[in-house]
Design a protein around this ligand. Structure first.
Ligand SMILES: Cc1cc2nc3c(=O)[nH]c(=O)nc-3n(C[C@H](O)[C@H](O)[C@H](O)COP(=O)(O)OP(=O)(O)OC[C@H]3O[C@@H](n4cnc5c(N)ncnc54)[C@H](O)[C@@H]3O)c2cc1C
Length: 407
């Protein structure tokens, strides 16, 4: 039997970031991951995320940002338009006195960078290819049975194990979910014209298509969300026919588009755990909530969860208080639930507003979008939300946060 202070289940972006944020506190930490260790040979831009300034600040603080930025593509303009009307809105970093609006990062590179940063921390142990057989908790500990009947006793357990969280299920935490009735087709594409560091998104009647710039000036990552029938149709097409459909859907904004690798589809579901906490077990990131990728906010939201939880735990440890105190965990839950609910509501409104082709709604959104484009102060509010500069941010993610690595 081994005793540890904190067990984190899941070595995704959220789990590894949390381990790094907590490492300097000197607590004993174990990260349990069912898959392999992150590896740079898996970096292929097949799965990317648009990370915002708030996430960049957190990742900079823990020293992982330079390695992430080295393979990321920054974007300094965003163009969003409706395929079905004259609605159009544009955001420019210069107008916000910024050098970029965000970065398109390879998900695996984020994990590789975090994993590398964890190497010097002897108080953090990572177990890959790990099977969790059971979880049980008493008033004082969580008992975790892993691999071949190896037992771990942990004072706190964090479920960072993604959308199908085993921790959430084992703790019988209630889940609200609904199907967005869309699949996201993801692929890397070659573009005839350079992307010019611009992120683009067109709202089609069947769902949004995003063209996210990659480090090669003539490559983008696409996230094409559409109803399951259309997704099945697109995936069954020979590459040439897919390319034609894609080019047409993008209004040829970057000329002829061509698949660089095979497209993959992900079913899209909204998931929201009604409770993020049971005793000494707490959920973070996708284990607690998953949202539509149309605004590229899922990973950002998860990174803010772990920054918030680490902030509260650090406060307690510094004050020599018990970091497993239920009041701390409840504070975390209240804080982050409010932020997650705001985004879930916004995503739903967006999705419904743009997937409706009623003439009146089309007109309202066209006028609304064009109106926003003419109103600098309203655009500034929207841009602040997209940059991650709005809401109740953890200290490390706030605009004035120092981004140097903690000693
Ligand atoms: C198509 C698409 C596009 C997206 N685009 C964006 C974007 O542009 N910007 C953005 O911010 N977000 C985006 N997201 C969301 C983002 O990908 C997720 O929010 C983020 O990756 C979740 O990170 P996580 O660490 O919570 O979970 P995951 O990355 O899923 O990590 C969970 C880890 O837990 C492990 N695990 C699971 N079960 C167990 C178990 N029983 N035992 C041990 N380990 C376990 C898994 O192997 C995995 O390594 C997108 C999502 C999709 C589907």
């Amino acid at each position: 039997m081994q005793n540890v202070d904190i067990t984190i289940v899941g070595a995704g972006s959220a789990g590894l970031t949390l381990a790094l944020l907590l490492a300097p506190l000197g607590l004993s930490i174990v990260v349990l991951e069912q898959g392999d260790a992150p590896h740079s040979s898996n970096i292929n831009h097949q799965r990317v995320s648009a990370l915002n300034l708030a996430s960049m600040r957190v990742l900079s603080h823990i020293g992982a940002w330079p390695a992430i930025a080295a393979t990321a593509q920054s974007y300094n303009r965003m163009q969003v338009w409706d395929a079905d009307s004259f609605a159009r809105i544009e955001f420019d970093a210069k107008a916000e006195r910024l050098s970029e609006l965000g970065w398109i990062c390879d998900n695996e590179q984020v994990r590789v960078a975090l994993y590398q940063q964890l190497q010097p921390h002897s108080n953090v142990r990572l177990e890959f290819n790990c099977t969790i057989n059971s979880l049980a908790q008493s008033e004082r500990d969580v008992l975790i049975n892993i691999n071949r009947q190896q037992l771990l006793l942990s004072r706190l357990l964090v479920g960072a194990d993604g959308v199908n969280s085993m921790v959430r299920t084992a703790m019988q935490l209630p889940l609200t979910h609904w199907d967005y009735e869309q699949q996201a087709i993801v692929a890397t594409i070659n573009t005839a014209q350079p992307h010019q560091s611009t992120a683009r998104q067109v709202f089609l009647p069947t769902g949004p298509l995003a063209l996210l710039p990659l480090p090669d000036p003539q490559q983008c990552s696409i996230v094409w969300s559409c109803n399951p029938e259309r997704a099945a149709e697109l995936l069954a097409m020979p590459a040439q026919q897919f390319n034609q459909a894609l080019t047409a859907a993008s209004n040829s904004v970057l000329g002829v588009l061509q698949l660089h690798n095979d497209p993959k589809a992900f079913g899209l579901k909204m998931r929201y755990a009604g409770s993020w906490l049971r005793g000494r077990v707490v959920l973070v990131a996708d284990a607690a909530h998953s949202i539509h990728p149309l605004a590229g906010q899922g990973m950002n939201l998860g990174l803010m969860d772990v920054a918030a939880l680490a902030e509260l735990i650090s406060e307690y440890v510094r004050d020599n208080k018990d970091f497993t105190d239920n009041r701390l965990l409840r504070r975390y839950e209240r804080w982050r639930k409010a932020e997650a609910q705001t985004l879930i509501t916004a995503m739903e409104a967006f999705k419904r507003g743009f997937s409706n082709s009623q003439p009146l709604l089309k007109l309202v959104r066209a006028v609304g979008m064009s109106g926003i484009n003419q109103l600098p102060w309203l655009k500034a509010q929207i841009i602040a939300a997209a940059l991650g500069n709005s809401g109740d941010l953890p200290k490390l993610a706030q605009p004035q946060a120092k981004t140097a690595r903690r000693a």
